[in-house]
Design a protein around this ligand. Structure first.
Ligand code: GLN
Length: 490
């Protein structure tokens, strides 16, 4: 197997820029590896080698023509199948979108392409990003490269597994309630969910529009920062896209600045129960590293986060029930042919096209929005959301970042939680607060528990991804967790 697949995004871009390797050779190395190994993992829904190689050759031609190499020259990026890429189908892991070919490319992907990246393939996901294990994909489950009997997390499980198995150096995911950070943690890679509004949602198929955010996965914080610099920025085509100054978080950073003097809030009360002992031990060990490197720990309260799961599953399902009304067999994908009238065409298309979890969410979301229940559930959940945001505002008056485990446990077995949706939802307990409050969150590997990865999560003030990335970069400068690879895929 080619050694090129061991390189990170920054190293690839550097070597391609210097002409030491061509973008085409790099793309071929990852395509070969994915072709050889993905039957075991199931990370990709769609590989189109000719398209990928075509993009790579264009990068090589531009370099030979003397153009200044862009920041991501020749970096292959795996793209979650919820983001539109012209020339590739978008399925969102759903039967209802079967056969849908988007006529345009998502801004997030376009920005990476403009920076010289190439699309490696579309990755598997829970249907419409609803789930925490990638088992809700209508096509197949994805397996965790650390243990093929276990889930990679979700809903961006394909993206996380592709990076963990070195089938891609970097990937795009989306995070509505943890779907970048949770699979990153369970697969032992880095994942960043930026501040709400930081990355354009144009061309991202909507799940819950007030929570959805595009994020990146890679093996190092440095690579996540590099991709973020290309991705962040205002987009007039997304009404919620923010006018925030661009950043170069690690520019001139030797790794020394990130943790020195950093005030790190830890919500000890929220961690008092429900966290697996091994995960808690790796979290404490990670905090010790931060303190040794000059961080100062402060106790923060976050009293309302214990209601975050309940509020999230009301707000997210309400928005989903509205967003998913458009899949009626008329404009996109699947159509139930032969229905005798329009109402039955709609109904049968949706009945055949949606899986069980999506139907459950649509029913729940319609219920919490309906007359008589709207006040009791939807409005109440919005109030809880405000309280959670205020909790964080108070915490950030005393610290620059909040630290907590990304997930309460490590990767669970396939099938273990599919019969009990509530157990599945509880996997998100530490990730949904950031979405409800719109905050940036970074997950980075902080060790193995019985051979399975655990994640350290850092949450920051709105638009302060830089503090998280610098801290994470400093952490990786003095630890080796992120250099471990799954034994069966090393
Ligand atoms: N697991 C959560 C859910 O099922 C989060 C999903 C996501 O972030 N897309 O809703």
């Amino acid at each position: 197997m080619s050694g090129l697949v061991r390189l990170g995004a920054a190293e690839i871009a550097g070597r391609v820029a210097r002409g030491e390797v061509s973008a085409e050779e790099v793309a071929r190395a990852f395509l070969d590896r994915a072709g050889a190994l993905d039957a075991q993992v199931g990370a990709f829904l769609d590989l189109r080698p000719e398209r990928t190689l075509e993009q790579a050759r264009a990068v090589d031609r531009a370099r030979r023509a003397g153009q200044t190499p862009p920041s991501l020259a020749g970096v292959p990026v795996a793209v979650k199948d919820v983001l539109n890429v012209e020339g590739w189908p978008t399925t969102c892991g759903s039967r209802v979108l079967e056969g849908y070919a988007p006529p345009y490319t998502a801004t997030a992907v376009e920005r990476l392409l403009a920076a010289g990246a190439v699309v490696l393939g579309k990755t598997n996901m829970d249907e419409f990003a609803m789930g925490s294990s990638t088992e809700n994909s209508a096509y197949r489950p994805t397996r965790n490269p650390w243990d093929l009997a276990r889930v990679p997390g979700g809903s961006s499980g394909g993206s996380a597994a592709a990076v963990a198995a070195a089938m891609a150096p970097a990937a795009l995911g989306t995070d509505t309630g943890g779907s970048v950070r949770q699979p990153a943690a369970l697969c032992g890679v880095v994942g960043l969910k930026p501040t709400y509004g930081r990355v354009s949602r144009y061309g991202l198929v909507a799940f819950a529009s007030s929570l959805d955010q595009v994020g990146t996965l890679a093996r190092s914080v440095e690579d996540v920062a590099l991709l973020s610099s290309a991705l962040f920025g205002h987009d007039p085509r997304d009404a919620t896209s923010a006018q925030a100054p661009p950043t170069a978080p690690l520019a001139g950073d030797d790794g020394g600045r990130g943790l020195r003097g950093l005030r790190l809030g830890v919500p000890w009360a929220a961690l008092a129960e429900g966290v697996a002992p091994g995960v808690m031990a790796s979290f404490r060990a990670a905090l010790e590293v931060c303190v040794r490197e000059g961080a100062e720990l402060v106790d923060v309260a976050l009293p309302h986060v214990r209601h975050a799961i309940a509020a999230y599953y009301v707000v997210a399902t309400a928005e989903a029930s509205s967003n998913l009304a458009r899949y009626d067999g008329v404009r996109y994908g699947l159509r139930a042919e032969g229905a005798p009238d329009l109402a039955r065409l709609y109904g049968e298309t949706r009945d055949r096209g949606f899986g069980a979890e999506v139907k459950r969410r649509i029913l729940l979301g319609t219920f919490v929005l309906s007359a008589g229940y709207h006040e009791a559930y939807y409005v109440a959940a919005q109030k809880v959301r405000t309280l959670i945001r205020r909790d964080f505002e108070e915490a950030f008056a005393r610290c620059a970042a909040v630290a907590l485990p990304t997930t309460p446990g490590t990767a669970f077995r396939l099938g273990e939680r599919t019969a009990d949706p509530l157990q599945m939802y509880l996997a998100d307990v530490f990730t949904v607060p950031a979405n409800l409050a719109g905050l940036p969150g970074l997950s980075l590997p902080c060790g193995l528990v019985d051979g399975l990865p655990a994640g350290l999560q850092l949450l920051g003030r709105p638009f302060d991804e830089d503090t998280l990335l610098r801290a994470g970069h400093a952490f990786q400068g003095v630890t080796t967790h992120h250099r471990l690879s799954p034994p069966a895929f090393s």
